[in-house]
Write a protein of this length. Structure first.
Lengths: 216, 755
């Protein structure tokens, strides 16, 4: 591929490729994009993301951007946020959306599924406490529906509440009047989306063309 | 808002047309039942000079059979087939193992045998274009994603099959032993075009029961539908060619061009009619009764116009139905939706029954020309070529799929290629100039019977045996819908980020276009509605119905209050309902739902949707209850059941810190009032272990402040209460609720004043 010849440092890529499961070409494409976004600097900051015009119309833009700066998504068991990320972290975050390879065992499939769901979970759980509380869920739903025209906040709240109730009834079942429902833990989250086919929805495809000329 | 057994959250409304006879290809002349015609006039012996020679008495009792003959026979046949259908379901175990189509064919065979033995001819219902509608179980946009694949399979697959089978049969024909040397290549190709068409009816019958995974289902089903376009072209092309002595390359190119015209033309017509229908229904709010008529007439019109231009009518009607479903559904009333759905199901059921029935009958009663070699090889080749075709095609297309088809999927795909009535009809309409027409008809029937019976019966155990990925049909929950949406947005965002556009991008773009332009034109009051909200509303309505059904104490007691209370003027109430914004009502309704939802754990909704008046009724009753409970004497009686499970936020969390200490104070005093009046809040967000007044949530003192605030200022109230942490939810409920009832129902004023 033409793009590949101009990219530097193939040995770097092999590290990344192993770690994230992308192929060399895919990493090359991502690198180009990284450089384009960061204006050829070494690191990306939040402002760089804000410059992407297409993203402006996305209702959950803020959360997506935050996800890139969230240490929990770097697979290093860290927590908290960072202010800027390098290419490696960029690729690691993107690896959550890696297309599945044809030869995956059931176990690997389960693992990637967990990874993807974990990514989503982290998007919800903004205060890092390991559970999605009602407030956080509400926030998500409000954001999601905020572009939908004339919806009031009330409706979003109702919907979020209904969803929480659902989760509770699915994962905990019968509860005594005195019990709390703390919030959705990751296990509950998994159970909730148990039958849901996430592999086909949460992957990106790499097109075989030079898209950098097309993006703004 | 049409509910059906769910499949991943999409509305199941299946639409498909089966055409027995494509009108442009001629018709079978009707063969009247000779034996049953009764003369309707006594023949006069003499000359017919009326009235002198014979005195004809006024006939007291006459029979005029030919007058009603055709409709009578049709009705009898339909009834007979329906009785058969009832009969099957009496023995439930049979239908698990044997698909209905097989049973129907068998009954048809039996009846045909009976008829044959008394030398009767089958009636000619086959002349009419019996159509029935199934709609694709997908949302249109989802379908777009797999469109290319389906298209690929349909077009290329059918081509591959036809040509392959045709050529191999031709090769077989060369062998003198079978005695079919007179069939030339064109005729062979024609025949193979007929039998390579996979039949949607049969496939649908089988696949639904087995519930294979969605991807597989979509592909097979879509393939069936789209290959009608291919079949039409091929059939026409080959029949034209079969009569020509020489075939030139130019004709091939013309054939290809024709194919595109047929397919795309069909779709274009369908979409056109769909839009026209949607536009029409925008204005039908005053004439609700004829809304279903529009739907049916426009679909049929699309079909007829497509037939007029000899383009693919199946495609036309499918795309018409899909387009209509999306837009018309929002314009028509609930009742119309239900009507449409039920009529379609009924017609579909009848037609399907009839088709298979007739297959059986005609099998026995036509003259067959049997040629062992030809027919057996036909069967063999049909199988082999389909398998090969699937194999090759999946190899080509798998790299483009996110989840490639594995071997099991491919087996399902190949095995699920049942032939059915389409082939049957096509075979019957072969022009008589083809010498071996009877042979072809026989062979077609043989293939159909074989595939339907053998493959149909065995596909279920086979699929279970090899464990094809099944679908989980169970997912119509709000959470799933929310997360589905979330994922799509995330993916769209990520794609924007890394500049890799694919289907999400296009889907996003289309949705934007749709919301901005199309919906405004085609839908009455066209607000851009989120599918999450739509689903939520639907579920809430179902819950509302459930409440009525389970007759919870409060509500059932309400009617008496309604009638007793002097302030109730139901006509006045109803006017206020109509005038008010539906969403407000719905919000109120939904808040009341929470209490109920906790009592009934699962709200799996297969209920028919309520019509508008029932929703109003619920509200009337509910508000009567609230009114009643707001009266002073009812404070002490806590008629709130203790057995409520409720879910509350944890006590000692960080949200607490934002809590305004002043609020605490009020809750203690007004605990019981709030508890009874707004039980939902208490139940949702009680703070049990905190204090003795743990049950109280609403700081009712706040209600007083609302008096001064105009009711439209709900949002202001809310924003001022954002600092309230845990109680925010509760107070906001009261915020938004009280002004609405106040605005809507002047009945509350005496109660409000004391708050």
């Amino acid at each position: 591929m033409g793009a590949l010849q101009s990219s530097p440092g193939r040995p770097e890529y092999s590290d990344l490729a192993e770690k994230t499961g992308f192929s060399f070409e895919q990493i090359g494409v991502l690198h180009k994009r990284f450089k384009q976004l960061s204006h050829n600097e070494e690191t990306l900051r939040r402002d760089n993301f804000n410059e992407i015009d297409d993203l402006a119309f996305n209702p959950i833009r803020a959360q997506i951007i935050e996800a890139f700066f969230d240490r929990r998504n770097f697979h290093q068991n860290g927590e908290g946020k960072v202010q800027e990320i390098g290419f490696e972290e960029f690729v690691v975050v993107m690896s959550h959306f890696r297309p599945p390879s044809a030869h995956m065992t059931e176990e690997q499939r389960g693992k990637t599924r967990r990874e993807k769901l974990r990514f989503l979970f982290n998007m919800h759980d903004t205060d890092n406490d390991g559970t999605i509380t009602l407030e956080e869920y509400r926030h998500v739903v409000e954001e999601l529906l905020s572009r939908s025209g004339t919806l009031e906040k009330e409706t979003a709240k109702c919907i979020a509440d209904a969803a929480m109730l659902e989760v509770a009834s699915i994962s905990v079942g019968h509860m005594e009047p005195d019990e709390f429902y703390e919030g959705i833990t990751f296990e509950h989250f998994l159970k909730l989306l148990d039958g849901f086919e996430i592999e086909s929805r949460m992957t990106i495809r790499f097109l075989n063309m030079d898209t950098t000329t097309l993006c703004k | 808002m049409l509910t059906e057994g769910g499949s991943t959250g999409t509305l199941l409304f299946i639409c498909m047309i089966l055409i027995l006879l494509h009108g442009s290809r001629g018709e079978i002349p009707s063969k009247p039942i000779a034996a049953t015609i009764l003369p309707f006039v006594k023949p006069n012996d003499g000359v017919q000079t009326y009235p002198e020679d014979q005195k004809n008495n006024l006939p007291v009792f006459t029979m005029n059979y030919p007058r009603i003959q055709i409709p009578f026979e049709i009705t009898l046949w339909v009834l007979l087939a329906s009785f058969a259908k009832i009969g099957f379901h009496v023995y439930h175990k049979i239908t698990i193992w044997v698909p209905e189509s097989c049973l129907l064919i068998s009954i048809g065979l039996i009846v045909g045998a009976i008829m044959h033995s008394v030398h009767e001819e089958p009636p000619a219902v086959l002349t009419s274009n019996v159509f029935f509608l199934y709609m694709l179980p997908l949302i249109v946009l989802d379908f777009v994603a797999v469109f290319m694949q389906v298209f690929w399979f349909a077009v290329v697959g059918t081509l591959w099959n036809s040509i392959g089978i045709g050529i191999s049969l031709f090769a077989i024909c060369q062998i003198p032993a079978f005695g079919v040397q007179d069939i030339n290549l064109q005729e062979n190709l024609l025949f193979s075009a007929i039998i390579s068409a996979v039949d949607p009816v049969a496939v649908l019958n089988v696949f639904e029961d087995v519930s294979v995974n969605e991807q597989l289902y979509i592909v097979v089903f879509g393939e069936c539908l789209f290959n009608d376009a291919v079949t039409v072209v091929l059939y026409n092309m080959f029949s034209f060619v079969a009569e020509m002595p020489v075939v030139e390359p130019v004709d091939v190119f013309i054939g290809v061009a024709r194919f595109f015209i047929v397919g795309l033309g069909g779709m274009a017509f369908g979409i056109l009619f769909g839009f026209v229908a949607a536009f029409t229904t925008r204005f039908t709010s005053k004439v609700r009764e004829i809304e279903p008529l529009f739907v049916f007439m426009y679909s049929y019109l699309a079909y007829l116009v497509a037939e007029l231009f000899a383009i693919s009518s199946i495609m036309a009607i499918i795309t018409c139905a899909l387009t209509m479903k999306y837009y018309v559904e929002e314009n028509v009333s609930q009742r119309s939706c239900t009507t449409i759905r039920h009529v379609i199901k009924m017609v579909a059921s009848i037609s399907e029954t009839l088709i298979f029935f007739f297959l059986g009958v005609v099998t026995i009663t036509t003259d067959h020309e049997w040629n062992w070699g030809y027919i057996l090889f036909t069967l063999l080749f049909a199988f082999v070529w389909r398998g090969l075709g699937i194999l090759v095609l999946t190899q080509i297309i798998n790299p483009f799929r996110t989840i490639p088809f594995n071997m099991k999927d491919q087996f399902g795909l190949a095995y699920g290629g049942l032939r059915g009535a389409v082939s049957f009809a096509l075979a019957f309409t072969l022009p008589d100039t083809i010498g071996r027409k009877q042979l072809f008809v026989t062979a077609t029937i043989a293939v159909i019977l074989f595939t339907v019976f053998l493959q149909g019966i065995s596909i279920r155990p086979l699929i279970e045996f090899i464990n094809v990925r099944r679908t989980n049909r169970n997912l119509e929950t709000i959470n799933v819908e929310i997360h589905c949406r979330l994922m799509e947005h995330t993916m769209a965002g990520i794609e924007d980020l890394c500049g890799q556009w694919s289907r999400f991008y296009w889907k996003d773009k289309f949705m934007k276009f749709n919301n901005r332009i199309l919906r405004k034109i085609l839908i009455r009051d066209g607000r851009a509605e989120s599918s999450i909200v739509a689903l939520y509303k639907k579920l809430e309505l179902q819950n509302a119905m459930e409440i009525l059904d389970t007759a919870s104490g409060n509500i059932s007691a309400a009617p008496s209050i309604v009638s007793l209370s002097p302030n109730v003027d139901s006509s006045k109430l109803q006017k206020k309902f109509l005038a008010a914004d539906l969403r407000n009502i719905h919000d109120i309704l939904s808040k009341n739902m929470y209490k109920i939802r906790e009592r009934t754990v699962a709200y799996r909704g297969k209920h028919a949707l309520p019509n508008d008046s029932q929703t109003r009724e619920i509200l009337i009753r509910r508000h009567a209850t609230i009114r009643r409970s707001l009266r002073p004497r009812s404070f002490q009686s806590s008629n709130v059941p203790r057995t409520h499970k409720y879910f509350s936020l944890p006590a000692g969390k960080s949200l607490e810190s934002r809590f305004d200490a002043a609020r605490w104070h009020y809750t203690d005093d007004h605990e019981t009032l709030s508890e009874v009046a707004y039980p939902s809040q208490r139940s949702r967000f009680g703070k049990p272990a905190r204090s003795s007044s743990s049950k109280a949530m609403i700081p009712l003192h706040r209600l007083g402040t609302l008096e001064e605030v105009p009711s439209t200022d709900v949002l202001n109230e809310e924003s001022s209460s954002t600092g309230q942490g845990v109680f925010r939810t509760n107070s906001s409920y009261s915020d938004s609720r009280v002004p609405h009832p106040r605005r809507l129902y002047s009945l509350f004023d005496d109660n409000n004043s004391e708050l």
